[in-house]
Write a protein that binds this ligand. Sequence first.
Ligand code: NDP
Length: 359
Amino acid sequence: YTQAKALVFSENGEPSDVLKSVLLRSLAAPINPADINTIQGTYGSQPSFTSLIGTPSPSAIPGSEGVFEVVATGDPSSPIRRGDWVIPSAPQFGTWRTHAVASLDEILKINKEGLSATQAATISVNPSTAYRILRAYGPSAGRGAGLGMRPLEIGSGEWFIQNGANSGVGRAAIQLGKLWGLRSINVIRERSSHEATESLRRELVSLGADVVVTETQFLSRGWKDQLAEITNKGREQIGLGMNCVGGKSATAVARSLSDGAAMVSYGGMARQPVALPVGLLIFKDIRFVGFWLSRWNQQDVAGRGHMIDYIVDLIRGGKLKDVPLHELAWNWETDIDTLIGEVQSGLQGFRKGKGIFVF
Ligand code: NDP
């Protein structure tokens, strides 16, 4: 890779002033659901197609998350040095490639001490989403407070409920919730055998899940009574629902919430619309909102930096465990069909681990 160098400029000026980009070598890049939706054209924003990478027709490089090693910097006084690890700060950076040239404002340096490449490559989307939702959304801030909501109170033991609990976001929410003294009710889909379901349940409990229920239990008539038991006959409130799935599961999350609670939809894995019983809106004043990390990142750049540092520290301290990953080596020998196959299967359910390219 030492051959792969380029001098680039993105503005005009004296060469010593404008040749400031850094050359990056990819270390690892996950395949997130959003990346596949972006290729399908169903995501909330689309990268623009360009001719810069020399393809016959204008194209875009997929992949929004990953970690790179800095191979060279154009500027000796650059705060980023050879050997540093960086993650993209720009959305839709295009991480599914072996090398990249970036300007300093497109990347964020992370302290690589004690981190593996796959850990560093999966920090910025899933844990951040769980972090932001748990820290910003929750029940109505009080009677007559209009639309105001408050986050669940740290250390209070307040409940939240989530579906897709074994997803990357779900696992992060379980662990952050536990760390912050919150309690979680977690919905998972049954596995192919009872034993496999129980094993997943134990896994989530070991991460800090207080309650794990299967979707079948959750959608059954008996759930109401079970929930009453969990919440001390409804005396303990469930102030937040996190919806990763949509469809019937989302409706059941909404029905499980206490008066004035918020349901935050951040994913639509079942590809089914969310049906909301009007009574929940009127009589229970449940607030239904959506969450998009890209918007948060844009609106709070400094906050994002602090959050990433916080998450990196947790991982380094062993307090935020790795999600199951399916590593695919990407080197000179890897053929393109293998890469495409890994991406194509990325949205399938019941996966053993999220696909990640390791370079
Ligand atoms: P993962 O790949 O880690 O997990 C996927 C999850 O989806 C698993 O829990 C899986 O459950 C579940 N799932 C898959 N197919 C279905 C289905 N047909 N019906 C119900 N559940 C299904 O995902 P991530 O944690 O990376 O992402 C989860 C969701 O969150 C995605 O929709 C993603 O786009 C979204 N997201 C949104 C963000 C935002 O800013 N709004 C940011 C980050 C993620 P099972 O094992 O049972 O198949």
